[in-house]
Design a protein around this ligand. Sequence first.
Ligand code: E4P
Length: 212
Amino acid sequence: MEFFLDTAEMKEIETGLEWGMVDGITTNPTLIAKMGRPYLQTVQEIARLVPGPVSGEVLATEFDEMMEQGRRLAGLAENVIVKVPLTPAGLRSVRELLKEGIRCNVTLCFSAPALAAAYISPFIGRLDDVAEDGMLLIDQVVTIYRAYDFDTKVLVASVRHPVHIVQSAQLGADVATLPFKVLEQLYKHPLTDSGLERFLSDWNKTGKKFDE
Ligand code: E4P
């Protein structure tokens, strides 16, 4: 499974890259708005920093404008994936952009569709928030896309905690996009910390160095 970071914050991206834990980035208008910086410029800067795919979302809701914004986003860098909402105009744009060789990530997916795109992004946390089962949607989407042999990666979005990642991986999802906090949580365990402390203090009691 690949890990993307769901952020527009450069510091988080740099840290994730240093850890070797980041295969790509997803952004959305909310995340970029938090940065208080120009929209396209932010996507472009992230795409320059990250070797993998970087999703930048169209702001338009009508077909013609979605097409225009999709082309501009895709023109920023080769690794930009155009994020398009799962609406009728969005799906039409995905089909047309694909004909132009532009890869799309279909976002805000809350039911199991079958459509050809580079990525499909089911939002699991937001379903859990309204007392539905986000993981059931991942199961349905993975099953349907595999059954019909779609060349589309299932990208688990709206992840809230590490258990979401483990369960999505067990179901065979291709990618999970994580807030930075969840990436940290994946590798943080109190038993690792206390175990390490004990190993080191036991050795330090000998009074000897590493190479003695
Ligand atoms: C995915 O591409 C979205 O940016 C994201 O996962 C939304 O998550 P949220 O529900 O935490 O806002």
